[in-house]
Design a protein around this ligand. Structure first.
Ligand code: 5GP
Ligand code: ZN
Length: 113
């Protein structure tokens, strides 16, 4: 499949991988928007949040808990951090394989742009 994150998961495209288990992987975003900007990506290909089904419930929960654990590891858990999943082009999704952005290490504004 012609998917960037499937290729990273398969090891065909390099990334700075900071975590991997049997369900998800996490690596540095190539174009960081904060001092810490990690992507938490399921190994299974799901194109957008619109494609997530009830059977993916545990996987989505595991992605969120992985983000939480990484935030603690990066020592941004106390000061605060943000997780984001963009869905479709209008929200800024550019890679059509779902992923959580974990952003930390600076002050964030609300509402986001
Ligand atoms: P989206 O815009 O789909 O929510 O997020 C896609 C993210 O993937 C962007 O933040 C972008 O910087 C990142 N990205 C795009 N290409 C690559 C790549 O080849 N390697 C890595 N590590 N990140 C990438
Ligand atoms: Zn994929």
């Amino acid at each position: 499949m012609d998917c960037l994150f499937c290729k990273i998961a398969a090891g065909d495209i390099p990334a700075n991988i900071i975590y991997r288990d049997d369900q998800v992987m996490a690596f540095d975003d190539i174009n960081p928007q904060a001092p810490h900007h990690k992507l938490i990506v399921p190994l299974k290909h799901i194109a957008t949040l619109n494609d997530v089904q009830p059977e993916n419930n545990a996987l989505i929960g595991h992605m969120v808990l992985t983000a939480k654990a990484l935030a603690k590891e990066l020592k941004v858990d106390k000061e605060g951090y943000r997780i984001i999943m963009n869905c479709n082009a209008g929200a800024g999704q550019t890679v059509f394989h779902i992923h959580l952005h974990l952003l930390g290490g600076r002050q964030f504004k609300w509402p986001p742009g």
